[in-house]
Design a protein around this ligand. Structure first.
Ligand SMILES: [Zn+2]
Length: 198
């Protein structure tokens, strides 16, 4: 009986180890605020599109962490899907708030929207809330941006060297603002993303 007891203990330990390995999530997996949490309206029908590059924007409105970000994104959706634009959904695939929380935007497998002349087909659009011509990027927002880029590169098989910003694709904008763009220009975001991918 004693030997059987030990055998069962060993088997149980192995099973437990096996389970913990299977349940482990990738280190870079970010918790995102879901569409239902920010009370998104359902999207209108859209064409499928596969993202092959990441393009970063700022939203353009001055913001701080006292803002109700969920309501702010809901308002962007209401305006964008209304008569002014008649878009299928919010224009971006992800939003990042000043506190570093990541919000789910439009379906990643449809192209985003733009008010400038570049074609957003194939671009996965990340919008950081704020106006970085006028304000600095909060550290938590910057950290979340790096983590989200690394996660999307891995999840959607996007080559790291395709990373860019709105102004890299359009001469008609300063988006994402000089205080965010500087981290792309000096290569520091690319370097931090690469470090997470190791
Ligand atoms: Zn932009």
């Amino acid at each position: 009986m004693k030997r059987i007891g030990i055998l069962i203990m060993l088997l149980t330990a192995n099973l437990a180890n096996g389970c913990s390995v299977q349940k482990r999530k990738p280190a870079a997996e970010l918790k995102t605020v879901s569409r239902s949490e920010w009370q998104a309206a359902p999207a209108k029908p859209y064409k499928s599109n596969r993202p092959v590059r990441i393009t970063v924007h700022h939203e353009g409105t001055l913001i701080d962490s006292s803002k109700n970000v969920a309501q702010f994104i809901k308002n962007i959706q209401t305006w964008g899907m209304g008569k002014d634009r008649n878009w299928a959904d919010v224009p971006y695939h992800f939003f990042i708030g000043p506190d570093g929380r990541v919000y789910e935007g439009r379906d990643v497998f449809t192209a985003g929207e733009t008010a400038t002349e570049y074609d957003p087909s194939g671009h996965l659009l990340i919008s950081c809330l704020g106006n970085f011509e006028k304000q600095e990027v909060p550290q938590r927002q910057l950290d979340a941006l790096v983590a989200l880029i690394a996660q999307c590169n891995a999840k959607y098989n996007i080559p790291a060297d395709s990373l860019g910003t709105h102004r890299d694709h359009s001469s008609k904008t300063t988006c994402p603002g000089k205080n965010l763009y500087k981290y792309f220009a000096d290569g520091s975001i690319a370097k931090r993303v690469k470090a997470l991918e190791k």
